[in-house]
Design a protein around this ligand. Sequence first.
Ligand code: NI
Length: 289
Amino acid sequence: MKKVVYIYAKMLAVAAMVFAAILCLAACAEEQSEPVIEIPMLTPGPTPTFVPEPAETGNDAVLPLQNPVPSEEPITGIQPSGTPDISGEKLIALTFDDGPYGEVTNRILDVVEAYRDQNVHVTFFALGSQVDKFPKTVLRAKELGCEIANHTYDHKNLTKIPTQEMISQVEDAADLVEQITGERPKLVRPPYGAKNDDVYATVKYPLILWNIDTLDWKTKDTDSTVAAALGAGDGDIVLMHDLRHETAAAVEKIVPQLLEQGYKLVTVSEMFEAKGIELTMGKSYRKAK
Ligand code: NI
C-alpha cells in the first residue's frame, strides 16, 4: 500500500513539473517579440552561401543595448546626406541581409548617422516580412541615405519554388518597401545566393552577391567580423547580417577604421554608378571591379 501511495505521489509530482514547464514555455514564447525567421542552411555548390542561424529563443530581445534605440516615433529633420562626387575614390559597400531587425538595425543606423558628415551609407537587403514589422526603421535607413534593396519576402530559395511564387517573393517585398520609402528597390539578393537560369529569366532586377563574407552569423564574434570586413578593398561588397548585436558592435569598429584607411562607404548602387558599371537584370555581381 505504501508503495502504491509513493508511486501515485511520484506521478503527481511529474505531472506538476510538466505543467509548470508548459506554462514557462508559453510565457517565454510571448516574450519573444522579434523572432528571427532565418533557417540555417548551407547551399551546396561553388558559392559559399550561408545564412544565419536563428538566434536562441528570446536571446536578442534581452541583450542590453549599448546605444539607445531610437523610438519608432515619426522622424523629422533628417535629410539625406547628399551625393558628392565619389568617382576616383576607393569605395566599399557594406551590406546587411535578413533584417530589418529592430534594435540591431537601429544600432547600425546609429553608426551611419554618427558618420553622416562623411556620407557613410550602407545597403540593407531587407526581407519583406521584416520590413512589415519595422517600417520606421526602414524609413530611417532611407532618410540617412542608405539603400533598401530586396532579399525577397520571406527568404525562400528561389531555385526551389515555382515561377509565379518567385515573382511574388520579389515583388511583394518590393511593394512593401515602395509603400514605406516611396522608392522601389532596384537590386535583389537571392536568399542563399541561390540562382539558376529560371531565376535570371524571372527576376527583373540585377542580382547582387558579395565577395567578402564576414560569416558574422556563424562566428557570432565581433572581432572576427571586424577582421573579415577590414580585408575588403576598393570595389568590394561585404556581407553581414543585421540580426545580432555582435555584428552591430563590429560595425561600430569597422566604419571608423575603413574611413581612416581612406575608403568611402557607399551603397551598392552608388558604388557601381561611380565605377561606371551598369547593373542589368539577368546578371549577377559580386564586386564592382
Ligand atoms: Ni539571407
